[in-house]
Design a protein around this ligand. Structure first.
Ligand code: FAD
Length: 307
């Protein structure tokens, strides 16, 4: 109930104005967001690299409302990739991109987002790293998979995200479990109707395990993105059952969440990648993190009342 209210609020301009106007919000946001600019993001990558962790960087932004804003986000990613290369970090850091930030929802937006993503992929190729397309709500999936297909013709290493909460995802996993494919498997962070998505956690979890099995049995590179110990254990089990080694799959978690587990995995020789969001447009991302965990709401409320 609380979770669905927070997810609705994550898309409400009125709630955005209210939440971002509260002075202490920024302090709470810092727990989940590395900073407002590229320098802060680069510093976070450097700190993770020193601990044996990998990174994927997300320049926060979504639901772009005009082409100029989409171009600005594209240019920021291109500059960021140049910096990662210049600072010797492209071996451990890639970028994650939301196509809605690149104009996907505008009229004619699929082509616009594809062109912008193509420019980002060119910069990633020059830097020697990769790009993963984030997955947003279910209305965007067909468009995102079409763009993925086109991008992969020039950049066969482009990856994407699949969400186990959706009924369609097991089939999408089968379609994308081919050699060279990179799939980040998540549970899904958006409020989705029962017509397209499992509504109960046990069903979402069971679907996650079935999807893991398909991806690990296939020929691609599975990225197990979850903080849930049960899903991580299932990922490890399926990887070893299918004879995978530490270099042909990886685990991923969000910045600021379960850092102890992130380090433990890296120390045990697993590849653990941390998703690092940065930038000023943190509202939607922050609200989805609150929706995932009541304890985060309590943390926010305690900060509000100064305790
Ligand atoms: P849950 O069942 O939500 O949580 C299991 C346990 O993990 C909790 O009990 C708690 O201990 C811990 N935990 C989980 N969330 C939090 C939190 N916010 N704060 C503190 N502890 C927490 N979703 C998309 O829809 N599209 C994407 O493109 C996308 N990309 C992602 C990329 C990465 C690398 C990751 C890790 C997640 C991404 N997500 C994405 C979010 C994902 O869909 C889930 O909403 C999120 O990961 C929470 O699900 P969970 O698997 O961690 O399990």
């Amino acid at each position: 109930m609380l979770s669905s209210v927070l997810l609705k609020a994550s898309r409400s301009p009125l709630a955005r104005r209210a939440v971002t106007a509260i002075p202490v919000t920024r302090k709470v946001v810092d727990r989940f967001v590395a900073g407002e600019n590229q320098a802060a993001a680069i510093a976070a990558v450097r700190a993770l690299k020193a601990q044996g962790l990998y990174a994927t960087l997300d320049h926060l932004g979504e639901d772009t409302t005009d082409a100029a804003q989409a171009a600005a986000i594209r240019d920021s990613y291109v500059a960021l990739l140049g910096r990662l290369s210049a600072e010797g970090l492209a071996d451990v850091a890639e970028v994650s991109v939301k196509l809605s930030a690149l104009g996907q929802a505008l009229p004619g937006g699929e082509q616009l987002a594809q062109d912008n993503a193509h420019a980002i992929c060119e910069a990633a190729a020059a830097a020697g790293t990769t790009v993963t397309l984030d997955m947003e709500d279910h209305t965007t999936i067909d468009s995102t998979l079409r763009i993925l297909k086109v991008l992969r013709e020039d950049f066969p290493w482009v990856g994407t995200v699949l969400q186990s909460m959706l009924h369609r995802t097991e089939q999408d996993c089968r379609d994308l479990a081919y050699p060279g494919s990179r799939v980040r498997l998540v549970k899904g962070a958006y409020a989705e109707p029962a017509s397209v998505a499992h509504q109960d956690k046990p069903e979402v979890d069971a679907a996650y395990e079935r999807c893991l099995e398909i991806l690990m049995a296939g020929g691609g590179y599975p990225m197990v993105a979850s903080h849930d110990s049960r899903m991580i254990r299932a990922g490890r089990g399926a990887a070893s059952a299918h004879g995978r080694t530490a270099s042909d799959h990886e685990f991923q978690m969000l910045y600021g969440i379960r850092q102890d587990e992130q380090l433990k995995a890296a120390r045990a020789g697993e590849r653990m990648r941390v998703y690092i969001p940065f930038g000023t447009d943190w509202y939607g991302y922050f609200m989805r993190r609150l929706a995932e965990r009541p304890a985060n709401v309590a943390f926010f409320l305690r900060a509000l009342v100064g305790r």
